[in-house]
Design a protein around this ligand. Structure first.
Ligand code: UT7
Length: 341
């Protein structure tokens, strides 16, 4: 059975920077730089321009990952696309990325799978991609996480609790087969559907007829409570801390690891306070953590692959290092993975 290692990483963030103060000055949100910084650690985020979807952000990230892996489109056997902000209800973003990258132009009709696990999407996707590689089914799986949150944020004072947290971006990795003693060692995934609506963006309700209410002209009417994300921030915070620590301890126990064995902790970036709290609880040194929430906010499924790609680019993540990636998000869903780089 081959091992599954990460052979290339890439990322892309849109160029437009939106600072905390600009949320107030440009969008008229009643907020302050101080409030957002103190509560979350976020200083600025990126917003994509109109006309840009998650597959557009994913394309340069994926191309960078392929270049860094020394591979071409023909080498890729499958696309796994993690996002909570797909272009449309269906089809998923994976097929848009396939078409944009030119797979179809060369007649390379690889399977494209979308993963819908929000902030845990990358870790769920990694478990999926690694399983396919380790089973011998595929040699190279392109795994991306990409989000365009800015189009679906209630950028008004009413929506400030959620709108101040999220940003746009994309990260990608190639998960490849190897006979070397390295790669994805294992993972622990979990979910608790009792909290499905504690953090959700419903938009429609498929149990209703029709699924979106219509006016007398048959035009769909989405009320604000359905249109925008709803979040009980305090409940999410509490569960995130508990579940991220739990998932990390689960993979540690399964692989007989201790804190000292890990060289780099790559945590989902929802709130700097969540990650600092966990770091203090488990007693890990700050220099073993990478962070980008200050610059990008919460980029959901893109967060962990962006962190990995930046760490590689900066020389902080090198061959032989042991990585612990941990995420928590809507669902609730969570996961942790151990990777020998
Ligand atoms: O990947 C998972 C995604 N989400 C998370 O992980 C989020 C986890 N939760 C959090 O990060 C925090 O709960 C938040 C940062 C979202 C909120 O921090 P908090 O300390 O829990 O604040 P709060 O929601 O209890 O709100 C305190 C006050 C409220 O005003 P009142 O009711 O006390 O008058 C809010 O209306 O702060 C107000 N507020 C804001 N004020 C200025 C909420 N958002 C803002 C804002 N600017 N952006």
């Amino acid at each position: 059975m081959p091992n599954a290692y990460i052979s290339g990483t890439g990322y892309y963030v849109p160029p437009r920077v939106v600072t905390n103060s600009q949320l107030r000055d440009v969008y008229g949100i009643d907020t302050t730089d101080e409030w957002i910084r103190q509560r979350t650690g976020i200083v600025e985020r990126r917003f994509a321009d109109e006309g840009t979807g998650p597959a557009d952000l994913a394309k340069p990230a994926a191309e960078m990952a392929l270049r860094n892996a020394g591979l071409t489109l023909r080498d890729i056997d499958m696309i796994v696309f993690a996002t909570l902000s797909p272009e449309s209800a269906f089809p998923g973003s994976g097929v848009y990325l396939q078409q944009k990258m030119g797979f179809c132009d060369i007649g390379h009709f690889v399977p494209a799978l979308d993963v819908r696990n929000q902030c845990s999407g990358f870790v769920y996707g990694l478990a999926t991609a690694a399983s396919l590689v380790m089973s011998g089914q595929h040699r190279h799986v392109l795994l991306v996480g990409s989000e365009v949150h800015s189009a679906a944020l209630d950028l008004s004072t009413r929506g400030r609790q959620v709108a101040s947290l999220f940003g746009d971006g994309a990260g990608a990795v190639v998960v490849s087969a190897t006979d070397e003693d390295r790669g994805v060692r294992g993972w622990a995934l979990g979910a608790d559907g009792r909290y499905a609506e504690t953090l959700c963006q419903r938009v429609w309700d498929m149990r209703r007829r029709p699924f979106i209410p219509v006016d007398e002209r048959g035009v769909g009417q989405v009320v604000p409570e359905m249109m925008w994300a709803h979040m009980d921030g305090r409940a999410v915070f509490k569960h995130a801390v508990e579940r991220m620590i739990g998932a990390l301890m689960q993979v540690f126990a399964a692989h007989r690891l201790t804190l000292n064995d890990v060289d780099l902790f790559v945590f989902h970036q929802a709130n700097l306070r969540i990650n600092e709290f966990i770091r203090e609880q488990i007693g890990a040194p700050p220099d073993k953590f990478v962070s980008n929430i200050e610059r990008y906010g919460n980029t959901t499924a893109a967060t962990i692959p962006i962190l990995l790609a930046e760490a590689v680019e900066q020389g902080r993540l090198r061959r032989g290092m042991k990585v612990a990636a941990v995420a928590f998000g809507s669902g609730f869903t969570w996961g942790a993975a151990i990777v020998d780089w």
